[in-house]
Design a protein around this ligand. Sequence first.
Ligand code: LLP
Length: 414
Amino acid sequence: MSTFIYRDHTLYAEQVSVAECVRQYGTPLYIYSQSALSNNYFAYARAQERIKVCYAVKANSNIRVLNILAGLGSGFDIVSGGELARVIRAGGNCRNVVFSGVGKSSREICAALQADILSLNVESEMELDAIADCARHTHIQAPISFRINPNIKAATHPHLSTGKESDKFGLHPEQALALYEKAAGQKELSIVGISSHIGSQIFKAAPLEQMLNELLDIVDRLKANGIALKLINVGGGLGVCYRDEQPLSIGQYISTIEKKIAGRDLTLLVEPGRSIVASAGILVTQVQYIKKSATHKFAVVDAAMNDFMRPILYNNFHKISTVQEAHPRKKLPYHIVGPICESADFFGSNYMLALASQDLLAIHDTGAYGFTMSSNYNSRPRAAEVMVHGKEHMLIRERETHDSLWHNEWAPAQ
Ligand code: LLP
């Protein structure tokens, strides 16, 4: 059940009127639903007993979002020292944190060791050496997993593929096997698991199952050599419906994995991002002007590509609807564009809408990779964020001001 629904022809986030939120907080405005977040989280967490859900922080790193997920028992997949700091600030348990990414700096590795995280997912031999150095330096044994690149095509947008040989991520299985042997001989390293993540917005089970088979083959080969792993991390990547895509059933996906790992003493770890937060958020924007050219009708709105860049970056469709339904005006095809000085600044083409200046629009399924990918391009302060829970709403990030634009910048004395 969607948590963004129309009642009396006006859009609600749970039991809060979107128009009411806008009156209080202005536009552009990200609105998130706490119930949607927890329902999406439990789709994974209730699917299996021995599962650790490590939510991928990059999808939405607002501290309140992390705090709610931590409260539900979630762990976290991080890719930077900044994300680790956010998890700690949000009250997350670092024993449930895994650290992915090809370019962890020594400073980030040391911070992760000091925070006592569950696993560093190693992506190259040089990184393994850097982790061993940090472990010696901090006198903290480093828990490691190797991230495998199984050379599998995930049938997604090329920017979202991470499991092909030509992608920068992970290690070839043979290379990983050699590095497991190398790590096994180093007392400052503790081998805990194996991981992989072949891409994002995936709709077919076959490539994910193929990846799991690859991982299990390595697990078995290591066991035969006396290296027993505790964790198997199959990454994130399950797709969500933006237009008419058919997402995989999370329950079925997890139970397929469960069957395959049954009999082995392994804890299953998943790193979902999008499938937890995408449907839990909308971006609300106001129409400034309606403009007609010889060929097109444009609705110029007050949000822009700096607030939400998925449509232009991945050519991704997002549903757009008016906050007030059942307008008496006739529906016409509009290009929805922002105020930024680039033709790339658009949210979509030919949306059939009945529009006038000042109308509010909701861009749907923007909870994932929305605010986290926003910027200050064109010196636009970033949007505010609000969390809704039942009848309550709470500002969880203030709208930036002009002062916050040059907060860290040299400026002449006034
Ligand atoms: N684990 C690792 C190691 C990852 O790199 C990612 C995403 C995830 C988990 C979470 O994947 P998800 O469940 O969200 O698909 N900005 C793009 C998505 C980039 C995903 C990068 N890695 C977008 O807006 O579609």
